[in-house]
Design a protein around this ligand. Sequence first.
Ligand SMILES: O=C[C@H](O)[C@H](O)[C@H](O)COP(=O)(O)O
Length: 237
Amino acid sequence: MDNLIEIAKKKAGIAAVDEFVKDGMVLGIGSGSTVVYAVNRLIERTKQEGLKVVCIPTSFQSTQLIVNGGLTLGDLSQFPKIDVDIDGADEVDENLNLIKGGGGCLLQEKIVAFNSEKLVIVADYRKNSKILGEKWKKGIPIEVIPLAYVPLMNQMEKLGGSPFLRLAEKKAGPLITDNGNFILDVDFGEISDPKKLNQKIKMLSGVVETGLFIGMANKVYFGQQDGTLDQKIKKTI
Ligand SMILES: O=C[C@H](O)[C@H](O)[C@H](O)COP(=O)(O)O
């Protein structure tokens, strides 16, 4: 079972790099366990073809992947315009809206995605939904300024959510993000209008960013259990 999930993730990671990455590009490198396969493919192509790309990280983890893999690290002040951002997701709805931040990295991920011409998502079959909240049951990750977390939990309840302060695993107390903030995981059940919900949450003072990525993804690869690939592509009107 676990092995099938890893095979599915790898399939998605390789497909995204092979379809979208070209020599000379500036790339966003997302975070999480699926992105690792995309980075491994980049490293492979760098060695095999002499591919040269600049990689903009979205977290401490992705910085480590870039540096340890011998890839060229850049930042947004040097490269404010990114060609392609490859990232993971916790859930994807039928309109390619995403829940992200299961690993706590949503703020830098959203900044990088916002400044990318294309956002390509790599995922496995468990993430493919019609409606956000259908499969991802841990709530929407929301990065907040620490001093505001209690009033914000009350505000989330007023919006109809059940908020939980995310706790660290090997330390007593809250998880601290790469940016020094807390994460609230807020369960809103199945979300029929993620755009509206995102706007309401972003109006609350003390909210830094939400894990709802609305209308940002261009293409999503879902690796399947049988080793094949499924895809969702943004509709252009
Ligand atoms: O904070 C973490 C990121 O948003 C990840 O991209 C997301 O949680 C998916 O991670 P994984 O590929 O490990 O399921």
